[in-house]
Design a protein around this ligand. Sequence first.
Ligand code: SF4
Length: 332
Amino acid sequence: MNRKALSLLSGGLDSILATKLMLEQGIEVEAINFVTTFCTCTRKGCQSAARTIADQFKIPLKIVGLQEEYLNMVRKPKHGYGANMNPCIDCRVMIFTKAKAYMNEIGASFIFTGEVLGERPMSQRRDAMMLIEKESGLRGLVLRPLSAQHFEPTAPEIAGVVDRNKLLDIKGRSRKPQIALAESFGINDYPCPAGGCLLTDPGFANRMRDLIKHDSLSIEDARLLKVGRHFRLSEKVKLVIGRDESENSVLDKTFKDGDIILQVRDFPSPLAILRGEGSTHFMKDAAAIVASHTKAKESPSCHVSFRTFPNESKDDILINPASREALNTLRI
Ligand code: SF4
């Protein structure tokens, strides 16, 4: 067994510390970072957080985007969901399986992660971790430097490639040990402190469930779930309304053929997209909902202008803003 290992580097503090511990032991480290549509890193995204750390540690980094294949797994995960729409076990199996292939490609002999036993309810339970290892064909080859003392020795420990005595026994949800360890290493700035995944967010999960139920989960649709207020007008038709200028500008870039774009006339108005087969039949409903998100809701009626994308035919309609009850019924 050689002294080369692959780090699953998310850019979060745990994976940074795990990487640092391995480098301290003189292990030759390369890193891999997986990015999905559902990452919520707040600054410049997981990808650049991992890049920043890899550059600091002077280790090679491969970034892998997970798209359709990941979405298919989210649609129907073999091991089900956690508290929301997070298919953590299947997600980790997919990531570990891909990491294993890359480990072999670069000639590394094991992978390591920043996982901490008991830190996350679904994917970091002992039974789940063992299952993930087994299903990804990595039994005994996944080292968890932060929690290693709570597990049986892994192959690199048994082979003496890694000194088990220098591995840690962190366990549970408190972040204090990690923060203390970061301080001891002089690591003060972690680009993506907690990381995160929209699939664990209850509001986002509702919108995902709605898409899956209506069988329209594409990458584009999933991206659109990140912005705006969403309304279900029929089996096939949805309305999305921007909540502020930045969301309006995101919506502005997501138009696709057949979309109807609505804005209230004569009042400051958000941008709204009406999308789906037969959406023209829902123009009035959509216009009433958009109007109720502007000052026009205080008027008995108002004009809402609309245009179709991409040929931009324009018109407007006179409607009565929707009532609060109507909004509550249709909101996802
Ligand atoms: S929280 Fe999201 S990214 Fe993390 S394991 Fe679960 S599904 Fe995967």
